[in-house]
Each structure stands twice: as C-alpha cells, then as structure tokens.
Design a protein around this ligand. Sequence first.
Ligand SMILES: NC(=O)c1ccc[n+]([C@@H]2O[C@H](COP(=O)([O-])OP(=O)(O)OC[C@H]3O[C@@H](n4cnc5c(N)ncnc54)[C@H](O)[C@@H]3O)[C@@H](O)[C@H]2O)c1
Length: 316
Amino acid sequence: MTSWEGALVTGGAGFIGSHLSERLLAEGHRVTILDDLSVGRRENVPAGAELVIGDVCDPDVVGPLVARADVVFHLAAHVSIRASMSGFAHDARVNLMGTVNLLDACARAQRTRKFILASSMGVYADSPTPDPIGETHPTQPIAPYGVGKLASEQYAALVARATGMQATMLRYFNTYGPRQTYTPYVGVVTIFVRRLLGGQPPVVLGDGEQCRDFVHVDDIVQANLLALDENDPQPQIYNVGSGRGTTINELARMLCDRLAPGTRPEFADPHPGELRYSVADISRARSRLGYAPKRALSRDLDGVVEWCRVQASSRP
Ligand SMILES: NC(=O)c1ccc[n+]([C@@H]2O[C@H](COP(=O)([O-])OP(=O)(O)OC[C@H]3O[C@@H](n4cnc5c(N)ncnc54)[C@H](O)[C@@H]3O)[C@@H](O)[C@H]2O)c1
C-alpha cells in the first residue's frame, strides 16, 4: 500500500465517513475529520482521529486542513435526493460549493496527491430496465442532488488535470449498514427496520417494484481503499455497488419475515426525483481496482437490525 501521511475525511462523523475513518486508522494512516455535525455525531468519530468541527464551504476552515492532507476523501454532503427537490439551493451550496471550495484549497496548497469523491448513482438518467448500468450510462440526473454530484465530479476532474492531482470518483449506490444516519428520507433499510421495531409496517412508496442496488458500507470502504492505491494520472470514475438488484417489495418482505412475520407493508404515493431502476454494473471497478463485494443483503441485514435495536433501547 502507498504510504499516505495525512488523510482528510470530510463528513467523517457521518455514516460512511466514520466507517472509512476507522479503517484508515487501522491501516496506520493519520486521519483528520472535518464535519459540521449537522447530521454526523461526535460519538461516531473513531478514537485516534482528530475532529475539526466546521463547514466544508468555509475557505478559512478548509485551507489549513488541505495544506496538510496528502489525500482527501470528500464525503461531507447534504444527503437527500428527495429534500434536494425543494431545497435545491441548500443542496448546491453544500454539495457543489463544498466540493468546489475543497478543490480550490487543493489547487492553492498543491499538497494533496489524491482526491477521492463520494459521488452517487444519482448522476445517472433513469434506466428503462433493472439491468445493471455501467459508467457510460447517460448522466442526466433527475434530481438536483445528482446535478450537484455530477458537477462535483466534473470540477474534480478539471482541477485534477490542471494541477496534476489524481482524482477518483466513486459512484456509490444505496449504501446500508450499522450507524446509518436516521432521517425519514434517507436509507430505506434503516427506515424500514426502525418502523418494524416500533411495531409499524414499512411504508413502500409507489408500487414497490422499483429496483435498487444495496451495497454494504464495508464494501464502500473497500472501494475507497482500493482507489487510494490506484496510481492513475487520469481522473477515473467507478460504480460502487453490489451488482445485484433488489426491489423495495423484496426488501420489505425480507425485513417483515425477519422482524414481524405476517406483517404486510403499506403503500403510499411515490415521490418525485426517485429513479425507477438503479443497479450497478461493477465490472469496471472489479477489473481495474480489484473490487469484490464481500457482503450480501440477505445475510447482512442482521447487523443493521442489531444496531437499530441498540439505538432504540438507548433513546430516552
Ligand atoms: N448513503 C448512501 O446510500 C449514499 C449513496 C450515494 C452517495 N452517498 C454519498 O456518500 C457520502 C456520505 O454519505 P452518508 O450516507 O455517510 O451521509 P451522512 O449524512 O451520514 O454523512 C454526511 C456527513 O457530512 C456532514 N456534513 C453535512 N454538511 C456539512 C458541511 N457543510 N460541512 C461539513 N460537514 C458536513 C454531516 O454532518 C454528516 O456527518 C455523501 O457524500 C453522500 O452523498 C451516500
């Protein structure tokens, strides 16, 4: 593994960023986390990481951190496709301008060798079938969140080419796992588990036949570490998913069977801005990075259930 002196993880007090930070520390990297704790939590920050509480959009905060970071993992974002429909100005301010601000700091400091962006399946146009889509699938986001992620990718590629920094864009698909930040709008696995643990049926939006690629957070971390080791002067883009599609009805069934046999989901109107089919073709990440997902939804839901149980029992 290449030796990296300092890693800056933005959004490292959140769900994915905290798992990534933990793993980086275990691999012997020095980790600084920048998070404004708007959603992330102090208790998610692993021992050994330095936490800087601040806004990724603030040049005075970001500048000094980037000046001592060999690698930047940029995960800080306002993570809600649905909320981005009405709150697109806020989405763009945090998600796009946060990225631009970080890149500007990288260009000024000339220290960072690698920039790894948490992008999203939200950059893609909706797919007419549940077949896996590759990185060449048309990028035509149907929600502002995807527009911000796509523009972030493009800025990162441009700045990387202009400055000689390496850049990798990882397009995460629907990530699940313990510690997923709970909001009523993000993370359908956690939302369904919490409802079932509270004695309520899951609410499926639309007909439930929309298909998603659920990827475990450990596999997302794996992809980030592999991207760290890739040594390509050209900016690269990779899908990071499981490569398998699961409908929301199938997910609801799996969870009802586990947690409340006999329960049937309720149905509600679909929300605008949601993709119908979103399944990753991961062959590019497999062949170029050596990425191989190790987790499977059917096996690894238990970890989420357990985590949600503990959370529920510790709530006042
Ligand atoms: N969870 C998924 O399914 C998924 C899918 C695709 C892409 N992603 C991307 O992965 C990244 C991490 O997502 P997550 O699921 O861990 O979400 P999360 O909300 O748990 O983590 C995001 C973190 O960013 C922090 N943050 C928000 N605004 C900030 C700001 N202005 N300055 C500093 N910190 C700020 C939050 O406090 C939070 O800790 C995001 O960029 C997200 O867009 C997530």
